[in-house]
Design a protein around this ligand. Structure first.
Ligand code: PFF
Length: 529
């Protein structure tokens, strides 16, 4: 082991690591997105489908990322570099196919896409699997740039709640206020700057005294605020209709679309597919049980998402509003709901503060991926990496922040994108969101499972996972389920169904297949009724 590896910082405790990783997972995805997609997809039934996706795809991929990080003690690029064999036929094949597709696009005058695919294919051919790690670091830039804009809106809304400006009589008034607020460049950029600054300060302080220290404070605060909001919500007269809507499954509203939406969301909400969990895994020591860690992280993430729904729907129903308002649920419907209840400004301030805390612990994990890459691979100091890339992401985010008002202010960018890609759907903000959530994360997840399943190998990965896991991997699941733990066969050498074998099958076959289908569907290449 080299000096730089020995000097790598580690989490000071198991709890600190779990809270930091759960902090990365718990974010806007849980409190803003999960409740509204549940609202649109039939409440309880969707929750069940989502839980199945977390168990079948999320947990196995999370174990892969943790194992890769801990084994290599590196950022995602470094991790792939260390584990990639000198030559990989599969990578050559994929690279060649991508180059070929790029060339095929050129005669159709799709120059932007064509050239991009030729370059990407060439990179895959040359650098093999390391490109997956690089895509993760790139996704860190992309996601954080627009994530920080939304987090900035929550800062603005905390201020508005505290100064009593959220006194909307109807959702329409709230919607128009929200529209004015997010299209005001001063507010949007100012609040985005504050959020980026908070992320930079924490990441600058390092793994233990920055990320871990603040996660240990912020996560319990988040939990307590959420409990307070749930108690307030469910004790309002008429709240039970909301609880029933949320928890009573209505399977008639579930279709293929809901299943794929649940699968896509499972990746985003668990921070998978871009190396955030790999990076956090690289600070874990060999004594820790990665099975238990991934169960706790996914469990906490799911718990908070479910609790967020319980904090929101009962209050929405109690005040007679609709649950299917979509993305505007949190910024438009909720402030109107709070305006109608006693001490409404206080509750609104608590809610938006909660949203900010959730976003902050996720934002720092995104910035840490980039920081770790420049520290490990380019030998930058932590201070330099955090400051330089904090500013770069801030600048990129400014484009997203002003783009929600329309392309007028950044016409040059619009022209550039149209010239390269032919057409652009939505604002620059939407482009960044679409690029990362629909392309980079699912593709990252797909390639991570393929890599661990077929290239690095489930055997090597399992050897890493076994450290600190006691006999978890080899527990005979059949005997355990059958209540035969004391049976002689339980200790036999040959086990058919163990956690290790189950995980191996999932990661080699089921995860890649499911992710591929979900990916084709989300990007519109597969139409299902
Ligand atoms: N998991 C976060 C959320 O649910 O809001 C978003 C996220 C954070 C995605 C970090 C990816 C990541 F690396």
């Amino acid at each position: 082991m080299s000096d730089s590896q020995q000097a790598r910082e580690h989490w000071s405790s198991n709890l600190g690591f779990i809270l930091a990783a759960a902090g990365s997972a718990v974010g806007l995805g849980n409190i803003w997105k999960f409740p509204y997609i549940t609202g649109q997809n039939g409440g309880g039934a969707f929750v069940l489908v989502y839980l199945a996706c977390i168990a079948v795809i999320g947990l196995p991929v999370m174990l892969c990322e943790l194992a890769m990080g801990r084994r290599t003690q590196k950022n995602p690029v470094g991790a792939f570099k260390k584990l990639t064999p000198a030559s990989s036929t599969l990578a050559h094949l994929i690279g060649g196919l991508v180059v070929l597709t790029g060339f095929c696009l050129l005669p159709f005058q799709q120059y932007g896409w064509g050239v991009m695919m030729v370059l990407l294919g060439g990179a895959i051919f040359r650098y093999s699997w390391v490109v997956v790690g690089a895509m993760g670091v790139l996704a860190g830039f992309t996601i954080l740039s627009f994530y920080s804009v939304v987090a900035g809106w929550t800062i603005g809304y905390i201020w508005k709640a505290v100064t009593g400006q959220l006194n909307f009589s109807t959702v329409e008034v709230a919607a128009s206020h929200f529209g004015h607020f997010i299209t005001n460049p001063g507010w949007a950029i100012g609040c985005h700057a504050i959020f980026m600054l908070l992320c930079m300060v924490i990441v600058y302080k390092g793994v233990q005294s920055g990320i871990e220290y603040w996660s240990k404070i912020l996560m319990p605060v988040l939990f307590l605020l959420l409990v307070a909001l749930i108690i307030r919500g469910v004790t309002l007269p008429g709240a039970m209709a909301g609880v029933e809507f949320y928890l009573k499954p209505d399977f008639s509203k579930i279709n293929t679309n809901s299943v794929l939406q649940a699968l896509g969301h499972a990746f985003f909400t668990l921070s998978l597919g871009m190396g955030a969990i790999t990076t956090y895994g690289s600070y874990v020591d060999r004594k820790q049980n990665l099975f238990l860690a991934s169960l706790s992280i996914a469990g906490l993430d799911t718990l908070i998402a479910l609790m967020a729904g319980l904090a929101i729907f009962p209050a929405v129903f109690a005040q007679g509003f609709q649950p299917n308002a979509g993305p505007g649920l949190v910024f438009q419907v909720l402030p109107t709901v709070f305006n109608q209840i006693p001490l409404g400004s206080l509750w609104a301030a608590i809610f938006f503060f909660l949203l900010l805390v959730a976003a902050l612990t996720s934002g720092i994990s995104l910035l840490e991926v980039i920081t770790a890459y420049f520290i490990d691979e380019k030998q930058w100091s932590r201070a330099r990496a955090t400051i330089v890339f904090g500013i770069v992401i801030f600048l990129l985010g400014c484009l997203s922040a002003v783009s929600v008002a329309g392309w007028e202010n950044i016409e040059w960018l619009h022209r550039l994108l149209v010239a390269v890609f032919g057409s652009v759907k939505g604002s620059f903000f939407d482009v960044m969101d679409n690029l990362s959530s629909n392309w980079m994360l699912p593709l990252g997840g797909l390639f991570i499972s393929l890599f661990v399943g077929w290239i690095w190998g489930t055997k090597n990965a399992m050897a890493e996972i076994r450290h600190g896991s006691a006999n978890f991997a080899d527990v005979h699941l059949f005997s355990l389920l059958a209540g035969l733990k004391d049976d002689q066969a339980y200790n036999a050498e040959f086990h058919v169904l163990t956690l290790a074998s189950l995980w191996g099958v999932f990661i080699r076959f089921i995860s890649p297949f499911a992710v591929l289908i979900a990916f084709f569907y989300t990007v519109g290449w597969l139409k299902l009724s």
